[in-house]
Design a protein. Structure first.
Length: 209
């Protein structure tokens, strides 16, 4: 009876849509994407199943909405880092890279699903969106570092594209995080690559992997 009462509550369509996205994300993280049914999502929110399909044609559609939400949040975090007056360019790049790596490790259940061969198209779309959103922001930081003499980089945009490609490797190999020894080596290697790619001599990158 309580659930029926909740169903009669009228909400702004965008608010209801966001409720469904948030509930689906929680359940995907707790149970995994494949183990979560649409019925579980609507029960979590307290709405009829038809309400779900009003906003999302399929469970895959809501997963794409979650990915978009996470990418937008990551972009917002990166933008805040780039605008932080208390960080120099090297510290900004360090913080940005940790944010990018963190989105993969904190969304393990969702990322595990995306890494399946059958989901290659969706995974490729996520990576493309990631690069399109972050390259301009990171390139601006690198250009700032070059102007201040902190970095020695001839082509900031291309350098950032190369670095992001290295980081995307982590997304393709989630088993790295499950192997402490390999994770440590990969972290150390990426720290070295960052320093060399940016021409750093007086800063040691510290990544959390």
């Amino acid at each position: 009876m309580k659930r029926m009462a909740r169903e009669r509550v009228t909400k702004d369509p965008e608010e209801r849509r966001q409720e469904l996205i948030d509930a689906a994300e929680r359940l995907f993280m707790e149970r995994g994407y494949e183990a979560t049914a649409v019925s579980d999502i609507v029960q979590e929110v307290g709405v009829a199943q038809g309400t779900f399909y009003y906003y999302f044609p399929s469970k895959e559609e809501i997963l794409e909405a979650i990915i978009e939400k996470d990418m937008a949040a990551l972009e917002d975090d990166v933008r805040k880092i780039t605008e932080d007056p208390n960080l120099d360019p090297a510290a900004k790049i360090n913080a940005i890279v940790n944010s990018i790596i963190g989105i993969s490790s904190s969304r393990k259940e969702i990322m595990d699903y995306l890494h399946k061969e059958s989901n290659a198209v969706m995974h490729e779309k996520m990576e493309r969106h990631l690069i399109e959103r972050l390259v301009p922001l990171m390139a601006e930081v690198v250009s700032q570092g070059v102007a201040e003499g902190r970095f020695d980089v001839q082509h900031p945009t291309e350098a950032v594209e190369f670095l992001l490609a290295s980081m995307v490797y982590f997304f393709h190999h989630p088993e790295i995080f499950a192997d402490p020894a390999r994770s440590k080596k990969m972290r150390s290697t990426l720290e070295t690559i960052l320093g060399r790619a940016l021409g750093m001599k007086d800063y040691g990158f510290v990544l959390v992997v």
